[in-house]
Design a protein around this ligand. Structure first.
Ligand SMILES: [Zn+2]
Length: 309
């Protein structure tokens, strides 16, 4: 009995050294969690990958992007199918798990990539809050639909593959009228204010949450990482130009969610990361070629017309 007692005292003394308690990560260091937390500038303390050379998000400078004609429009398969999924306040964001049926092909992806989950990043009461920025402009919110290569069966496996994950990023813009297609999501938020809370999002489709497909042919592409720890560099990023409209009131509801300590869940974005020589590509090569052909044809025609007979 005494031996056991001594043993447990020793164990308690040594345990903190054997398995040190890793502080939770958070978006702002000054934000006081119940326990200290690591802000973005300290994420690498727990995850070395967070100081890697190919991190996300980034600022996309349009005039420095290169057109790549292989970046054809995506085909969104089973995006129109309704599903029911768990929507959860995970303490850092709101995340919806999607049954592995919808997938994308095209867009220069070698294989079909199936949807795993989607989540959002936002600011404060509809203020700036996207993760990616375009020419320095930050949008009020950003949607990330996380896909994994169909060859993998878990996200954990896919993250070990340098091209295992494809995230589709969509910006939001403030609109005058409410986007009724977002009513189920906005209503569900009111039931998951507290960290850890979840509810079922019933009968929604991914199609209703993104712009119509014909508006999605313009996008940017680069190789990057998860934007939260572990910051794994296994993500093929696609950032669409066309934003999703939401009213100010709809955007504001996200700021009613709470972090673990009860403070408003706001500013849930990682600052932009250095490019370190990476090139950002953009779609639209084929369109340029087509318009050049039309231009040439019309010049030829005009010349033909102006020929004296
Ligand atoms: Zn994200």
């Amino acid at each position: 009995m005494i031996l056991f007692h001594v043993w447990s005292i020793l164990l308690n003394m040594w345990l903190p050294y054997v398995s040190p308690v890793v502080p939770d990560w958070c978006y702002q260091s000054q934000h006081t969690c119940a326990t200290p937390c690591n802000g973005p500038e300290k994420w690498y303390h727990a995850n070395k990958d967070c100081e890697g050379r190919a991190q996300s998000p980034i600022n996309i400078v349009h005039r420095k992007t290169l057109t790549d004609e292989r970046l054809t429009p995506f085909q969104f398969r089973k995006y129109q199918d309704s599903f029911s999924g768990l929507i959860k306040n995970n303490g850092h964001s709101v995340q919806v798990n999607v049954p592995h049926q919808p997938y994308v092909i095209g867009g220069d992806l070698e294989k079909p990539y199936k949807v795993v989950q989607f989540h959002l990043h936002w600011g404060k009461n509809g203020g700036p809050g996207s993760e990616h920025t375009i020419d320095g402009e930050q949008y009020p919110m950003e949607l990330h639909i996380v896909h994994m290569n169909e060859e993998h069966s878990t996200l954990e496996d896919a993250l070990k593959d340098p091209i295992g994950v494809a995230v589709l990023g969509f910006f939001y813009e403030e609109s005058l009228s409410a986007n009724r297609k977002y009513d189920p999501v906005v209503r569900a938020l009111q039931r998951i204010m507290m960290t850890g809370a979840n509810t079922t999002l019933v009968s929604v489709s991914l199609e209703q949450l993104i712009p119509p497909q014909q508006n999605l042919s313009n996008y940017y592409r680069y190789k990057g990482s998860l934007t939260t720890p572990g910051c794994t560099e296994s993500v093929i990023w696609t950032v669409f130009e066309k934003p999703i409209p939401l009213s100010r009131d709809q955007l504001r509801v996200f700021s009613d969610l709470q972090f673990k300590d009860g403070k408003p869940m706001v500013g849930t974005f990682r600052p932009v990361q250095p490019l370190n020589g990476r090139v950002v590509y953009r779609s639209g090569g084929a369109v340029v070629v087509a318009s050049t052909a039309i231009l040439l044809a019309s010049v030829t025609m005009a010349m033909g017309l102006s020929q004296p007979d």
